[in-house]
Design a protein around this ligand. Structure first.
Ligand code: B12
Ligand code: SF4
Ligand code: SF4
Length: 343
């Protein structure tokens, strides 16, 4: 029996993938931009991107004989206010993608199910590799070619129908499958995301300088958060959603009812002070199994320390001054360097 693109898409939908598109495994011209992005220093300390650059620019190095890329999109948006609507400066603003279970684990398990089904269906044996986020594949450009959506000026993929609160993942395979039509850019003359970015990290349309991006600074930066960018950081303690919050295509976005993406109760509406006061063991327990484990505890406390100071509330400043033997990570030099308690 031949495996058809239509049957594949129907099965992907039954496994919880909201979008599924296919593109030929060719090295599209946009991939060349990666070298320039790296040369400009925009990767900051994410040395792993440069280390895998040759693979990222050539799918044949990822999977010899690759013919197709099956790109999957999964809505993680839940019915909660946007970060730009949260007026309470004592609130701990955490990016919506990090509220539920770790997407790497959830989506990889689902792709493995899809692959097992594909092997049952295909007439011929084939090779395939599945990736979510961490693999040496430039996911957004293949999503655009596979028709899932276009790369907005904020650099995220936007589906006209669903919005941009999407995780991307993909299966690179030696199977030859019918390709979809690439998505068309619909940003037009809009520049809302560029104007709204609190740290001017979108240096030109489609291009983000990670070193200025609050997502990078709160999650990937292991050292100090530069003083000049702290005002823009405000009370964001993990990631940043501002450029997507303001996008016109996210004003009536799809909402997921999938239990795995629903916010964990301890993170839902949490204040920075409540998170800061948690013993290390509890904070570790709260974030276990979520994407938030990417930031080590001292990094999370560094972010919380800045958020507590940015809130301007006296009680938040007081929380920072409290000492507790249950929070050894608060004594980390990184955290201490970010605490400036004014009398
Ligand atoms: C490194 C990385 C980051 C870095 C750098 C982000 C960036 N904009 O480059 C940091 C830490 C800042 C980051 C932040 C976020 N990330 Co991130 N990130 C990645 C990762 C691992 C690699 C991206 C990368 O290589 N960047 C370098 C640039 C040069 O490559 P690129 O993004 O592929 O861009 C291509 C196109 O833009 C192309 N291009 C196409 N058309 C045009 C037109 C012009 C004019 C130009 C110049 C270029 C160009 O050039 C590039 C060639 O490959 C991907 C996963 C993956 N494996 O791809 C996730 C990924 C992009 N991130 C994701 C998410 C969710 C986020 C955040 C929203 C998380 C958050 N809430 O805090 C923010 C969004 C910030 C933003 N506005 O981009 C999702 C995006 C989903 C989507 N809908 O698009 C991904 C796909 C992970 C996933 N599997 O779901 N991220
Ligand atoms: S995620 Fe935040 S800091 Fe990064 S580009 Fe978007 S608005 Fe700017
Ligand atoms: S805010 Fe405007 S420019 Fe930015 S991605 Fe959305 S539509 Fe495009």
């Amino acid at each position: 029996m031949a495996l058809t693109a239509a049957a594949l898409k129907a099965h992907a939908a039954s496994l919880g993938f909201d979008l599924c598109g296919i593109t030929a495994a060719v090295n599209v011209p946009e991939l060349a931009f990666l070298d320039e992005w790296l040369a400009r220093g925009y990767a900051g300390n994410m040395a792993w991107i440069a280390r895998t650059a040759e693979q990222r620019k050539d799918l044949q190095r990822v999977l010899p004989g690759a013919k197709s890329v099956i790109v999957l999109g999964t809505v993680y948006n839940t019915a909660r206010p946007y970060s730009t609507e949260v007026a309470d400066r004592s609130a701990a603003v955490i990016s919506r993608y990090a509220w539920g279970d770790d997407y790497h684990d959830v989506l990889m398990a689902r792709m493995e199910q899809l692959l097992a089904w594909m092997r049952e269906q295909a007439a011929e044996p084939f090779e395939a590799r599945a990736f979510v986020d961490g693999g040496p594949v430039q996911e957004r450009i293949f999503a655009q070619y596979a028709g899932l959506g276009w790369i907005g000026k904020h650099a995220c993929v936007i589906s006209e129908r669903l919005g941009s609160w999407l995780f991307l993942s993909e299966i690179v395979t030696t199977l030859e499958l019918a390709a979809d039509v690439p998505a068309v850019d619909q940003c037009g003359t809009c520049t809302l995301c560029i104007e709204a970015c609190p740290t001017q990290a979108i240096v030109e349309p489609h291009v983000v300088d990670s070193r200025r991006c609050l997502s990078y600074l709160t999650i990937e930066e292991r050292g100090d958060i530069p003083e000049e960018l702290r005002a823009g950081l405000g009370n964001r303690v993990y990631g940043c959603d501002v450029c997507q919050d303001v996008c016109p295509f996210n004003q009536a976005p799809a909402v997921s009812t999938d239990p795995v993406w629903q916010p964990r109760s301890g993170l839902d509406g949490a204040t920075s002070a409540a998170l800061w006061r948690m013993p290390d063991a509890d904070l570790r327990g709260l974030t276990k199994g979520s994407a938030m484990t990417r930031a080590k505890l001292p990094m999370l406390r560094r972010n919380l320390a800045l958020a507590l100071q940015a809130s301007g509330a006296e009680e938040d400043r007081a929380a920072l001054a409290e000492e507790s033997p249950d929070r050894p990570s608060a004594a980390d030099a990184l955290v201490q360097r970010h605490i400036r308690i004014k009398a």
